[in-house]
Design a binder for this molecule. Structure first.
Ligand code: ATP
Ligand code: MG
Length: 420
């Protein structure tokens, strides 16, 4: 093999793509009924946009971005996540002026230079939504319930909703000091990444995935003890509303999320049994991002799910998705004249929305019937010399094996009646 797909990327072959289409269809239907509209933003943006929003000392910005100079020497980056580009677009196009609340969703590829492993790729797909405008905790609940509904409709079970509040810059300043204090004598035993995090942004230590470091992290101070009154009240309301809706959740005081723009309530939905990469979806509130990117002071909340990870669970749980792979009609021809007649017939049948396939270099009838089988055809039309002169086709019903001779002029009606 001369060419191979790049490490950390993969091909979604037709059989898998069918499942993706189903997930996308379910997602679009749910977004639609919640009033979310699709937005499509560019795959690359100026690098600074991501530095500003995700945060200069996050793993994503320091290690994982696909950054390059274009031919004019401008620094551009393949989007590592969807929110920054969307908020940029919302501000640039004044979208927030049109309605009091902006509800947007997106589907697309994201790029992060991570170590490829199960559930972790360099090109991966996310489906996500942003709810821009409200700061009421009820809007956090909308995003959480939307995400849960999506998983529910797909038939996913064994999911756990984890919840934390990451506070606001005010509470984080105090929390940061207590973390510095706590880790002061432990940091030399921890990984080099954490040592950097200690001086740059100690809260990032909590996101470390090294087993050895987790022991220290599990005994560190909790942000819940440092929340300001406003953040505390917001978090209490989110929890109260979840109770009210009888939605179970588990508090995770050390969940900090990999992106700096989050404020207040943050959540993750995990599937127990997927190994280390078990977070299917994550999200939360980000009340300062719109302002930080040069827009008005608009609060927002959003989420994103990882398509590959969701697909893995669908396979693992053996959830069968509607397939829709049958072919209505396969047209088998014998000879040049029959092939010519067939292109007209095929065109007419496709106009009737029948799924019709054929072979362009037909060989024996036997070989064509084999192809028809592969395509799971319901009917095969056979057109040979005899059929041509009688202006009729032999119609073979592939499930019963029975054959009938049907005039060309009646084929459309016959097949429409029998294919539905
Ligand atoms: P993780 O902690 O697993 O690295 P994250 O905090 O970086 O996730 P987000 O940036 O919030 O994740 O992205 C939301 C979702 O996108 C994740 O929950 C996951 O399902 C998916 N995701 C993130 N990074 C990758 C990746 N490299 N490969 C595949 N899916 C990913
Ligand atoms: Mg990550």
């Amino acid at each position: 093999m001369k060419y191979k797909s790049i490490r950390g990327t993969r091909d979604i072959l037709p059989e898998e793509a069918r499942k993706w289409q189903y997930l996308e269809k379910v997602a679009r239907e749910i977004f639609q009924k919640y009033g979310y509209e699709e937005i499509r933003t560019p795959i690359f943006e100026v690098t600074e946009l991501f530095q500003r929003s995700i945060g200069d000392d996050t793993d994503i910005v320091t290690k994982e971005m696909y950054t390059f100079l274009d031919k004019k020497g401008r620094s551009l980056t393949l989007r590592p996540e969807g929110t920054a580009g969307i908020i940029r677009a919302v501000i640039e196009n004044n979208l927030y002026r049109q309605k009091r609340i902006t509800r947007l969703y997106y589907l697309g590829a994201m790029y992060r230079y991570e170590r490829p492993q199960k559930g972790r790729q360099r090109e991966f797909y996310q489906i996500g939504a942003e709810l821009i405008g409200p700061d009421n905790p009820a809007s956090d609940i909308e995003i959480i319930t939307l995400t849960l509904e999506l998983f529910h409709v797909l038939g996913l079970k064994n999911l756990t909703l984890y919840l934390n509040s990451v506070g606001c810059p005010r509470c984080r300043a105090r929390y940061r000091e207590s973390l510095k204090d706590y880790f002061k004598d432990k940091i030399k035993m921890m990984c080099t990444d954490c040592q950097h995090r200690y001086s740059l942004n100690p809260m990032r230590i909590l996101d470390c995935k090294e087993e050895g470091d987790r022991v220290y992290i599990e005994k560190s101070p909790k942000i819940s003890d440092y929340l300001c009154q406003d953040c505390q009240e917001q978090f209490e309301k989110v929890k109260e509303y979840l109770h009210f809706l009888k939605i179970d959740y588990t508090l995770d005081p050390y969940m900090v999320r990999g992106l700096d723009y989050y404020t207040k309530a943050a959540f993750e939905i995990k599937y127990e049994g997927l190994g280390a990469q078990d977070t299917l979806a994550a999200g939360g509130r980000y009340d300062r991002l719109v302002h930080d990117l040069g827009g008005p002071d608009l609060p927002a909340v959003g989420f994103a799910l990882g398509v590959e990870r969701v697909m893995e669970v669908i396979d693992k749980e053996k959830i069968s998705l509607p397939s829709g792979v049958q072919t209505d009609v396969y047209v088998a021809t014998l000879g040049e004249e029959a092939l010519k007649e067939s292109i007209k017939l095929i065109r007419e049948l496709r106009h009737e929305n029948l799924k019709v396939l054929n072979d362009f270099n037909p060989t024996s009838l036997k070989a064509q019937l084999r192809q028809a089988d592969k395509w799971k055809a319901k009917f095969v039309l056979i057109i040979g010399e005899e059929e041509l002169s009688g202006k009729r086709a032999t119609v073979k019903n592939m499930s019963t094996g029975g054959q009938e001779s049907v005039p060309f002029s009646e084929l459309k009606g016959y097949l429409l009646r029998n294919c539905s």
